[in-house]
Design a binder for this molecule. Structure first.
Ligand SMILES: C[S@@+](CC[C@H](N)C(=O)[O-])C[C@H]1O[C@@H](n2cnc3c(N)ncnc32)[C@H](O)[C@@H]1O
Length: 220
C-alpha cells in the first residue's frame, strides 16, 4: 500500500467562488492542463503560485517556454484564471504559455517524466510550530525528487522571508547531492511577500543545481 503523504498545504477552498470563477474552473482550467506538454518543450514549473502574480511574470518573460503552475488552493487558481482571461473567458495571448495543475505538485511529479529548466518556489508555507514541521514541503526527500525533474543545467529557485525555514531548507539541501548557491534575486513582490507574514524585511534566496556529470576517464 502506498504511504499516506503528509499534507503540506492548509485549506483547498476559501470563500465561495463567484459565478465567473466557477465557470473558469469548470471550463477553462481543463483546457490548460499540463498533460499534453511534450518533453522536448522548454518548461518552467512554479510550485504553490498562490494568486499567480509571479507565474504571470514568468509567462511574460519567457515567451519561448511553457510555464506550469501547481497550486491546490482553488481560490488561488480562480484568481489566476480571472487575471489571464478576457471578458469572454479567452486566455489573453500573453498568457497562452501557462498551464495549470490545480492540486498537490507531488502527485504531478509522480505521474510525469517532465524535466524543467527552472523550478520556482516562493514563500512556501513555513509551518513554524515544531509539531507541524513534518508538513514542510522542502524536505531532503522532496528536493531529491525535484532534482530528478531538472534538466542538466536546470535550477531550483527558492525564496522565503521566513529565515528559520530558510536555514532548515539549507540544512535539508545538504542531505542531497544538489549544489547550492545563495544569489541576489529580484522578483516581483508576491501576495505573501507583501503580507510579510514572517516579519522580516527581505526574502532570502537559494538556488540548487545538479552536480556536473562525471567527465569520461581518458583511456589508459
Ligand atoms: C504561503 S503560500 C505562498 C503563495 C505564493 N507563492 C506567494 O508568494 O504569494 C504557499 C502556497 O504553497 C501551496 N502549496 C503547499 N503545498 C503544496 C504542494 N504540495 N503542491 C503545490 N502547492 C503547494 C499552498 O497552497 C500555498 O498557496
Amino acid at each position: 500500500m502506498e504511504k499516506q503523504e503528509i499534507r503540506t498545504f492548509g485549506r483547498r477552498h476559501g470563500k465561495k467562488l463567484s459565478a465567473r470563477q466557477t465557470r473558469l474552473i469548470d471550463v477553462v482550467l481543463p483546457t490548460i492542463s499540463y498533460k499534453n506538454i511534450q518533453n522536448n518543450d522548454k518548461i518552467i514549473l512554479e510550485i504553490g503560485f498562490g494568486a499567480g502574480e509571479h507565474l504571470r511574470e514568468l509567462a511574460i518573460k519567457n515567451t519561448d517556454k511553457i510555464i506550469i503552475g501547481a497550486e491546490p488552493f482553488i481560490n488561488g487558481v480562480a484568481s489566476l484564471l480571472s487575471s489571464i482571461t478576457n471578458n469572454s473567458d479567452d486566455i489573453l495571448p500573453e498568457y497562452s504559455n501557462i498551464r495549470v495543475w490545480a492540486d498537490d505538485v507531488r502527485q504531478m511529479l509522480r505521474d510525469s517524466e517532465l524535466k524543467f529548466d527552472e523550478i520556482w518556489i516562493l514563500h512556501p508555507d513555513p509551518w513554524p510550530k515544531a509539531k507541524h514541521e513534518k508538513r514542510r514541503l522542502l524536505s531532503a526527500e522532496f528536493l531529491n525528487t525535484l532534482g530528478q525533474h531538472l534538466t542538466q543545467n536546470g535550477e531550483i529557485i527558492i525564496g522565503t522571508d521566513h529565515w528559520e525555514y530558510y536555514e532548515w531548507i539549507v540544512d535539508q539541501s545538504q542531505k542531497t547531492n544538489l549544489t547550492r548557491q545563495t544569489p541576489e534575486i529580484n522578483t516581483i513582490k508576491t501576495r505573501y511577500q507583501n503580507k510579510n507574514m514572517a516579519g522580516t524585511d527581505a526574502p532570502k534566496y537559494l538556488i540548487l543545481t545538479k552536480p556536473l556529470p562525471a567527465s569520461p576517464q581518458p583511456a589508459k
